[in-house]
Design a protein around this ligand. Structure first.
Ligand code: ADP
Length: 190
């Protein structure tokens, strides 16, 4: 039914944002006044797919990791599912590939860009106690190679940017984008 691609620097808070979106959507779907189709919300991430953070240490090990993720995306995309892809998704071409897979079966797409400064990511990464920290050189390398999403290209669009200081995700806007194709114009402050 929809593909939500999360993208952001390593340790920028992507998993937290994916979990927030999932919580909002599941609450909405469980609401007794909800009258839409029955949908499930699935998060695909490196952990559930057994992709170790060290896979990102070099491009040779990263390629099969991306292959695993892409296969899982293809398998999960369905009319009765909202698939949230919680991974770095930092390569433009890879996001384009997922977009094409989604459009092929006519599910709506959107991208959520989780924004945190490189210094914060380094700090949060070094403070991680969940065993999911990236090696410092890998983190530095990924920060350098990161290809920022852009609302100007169709495969990243509609694009929602969530900053590290935001309490919550714009769940209602994301919901409207994937269910109705409605996107609120950016707030220009006028
Ligand atoms: P990612 O999925 O991008 O690797 P996570 O969501 O797993 O990032 O978060 C990485 C670490 O950073 C976690 O230890 C988390 O507690 C911390 N973190 C994430 N977002 C924030 C935030 N907005 N403020 C403070 N700490 C954060």
């Amino acid at each position: 039914m929809a593909l939500i691609t999360i993208s952001g620097y390593p340790s920028s808070g992507k998993s937290q944002r994916a979990a927030q979106i999932k919580r909002h959507f599941e609450a909405r779907l469980a609401d007794p006044f909800y009258t839409g189709p029955s949908l499930s919300v699935v998060v695909l991430d490196d952990d559930t797919l057994n992709i170790d953070r060290s896979s990102y240490n070099d491009s040779r090990s990263e390629k099969p990791a991306r292959g695993t993720l892409f296969t899982a995306v293809q398998r999960n995309l369905a009319q009765n599912k909202i698939v949230i892809v919680d991974s770095l998704n930092y390569i433009k071409g890879f996001r384009y590939q997922m977009y094409c897979a989604a459009r092929e079966i006519k599910v709506r797409v959107c991208t959520v860009y989780v924004l945190a400064t490189p210094d914060l990511c380094k700090q949060w990464n070094s403070e991680r106690t969940d065993g999911k920290a990236y090696a410092p050189e890998t983190l530095a390398n990924l920060l350098q190679r990161y290809e920022e999403p852009s609302s100007m290209v169709r495969w990243d669009s509609p694009l929602f940017t969530v900053s590290w200081s935001d309490e919550d995700v714009p769940a209602d806007d994301i919901w409207r984008a994937i269910t109705e194709g409605v996107v609120k114009p950016p707030n220009t402050g006028t």
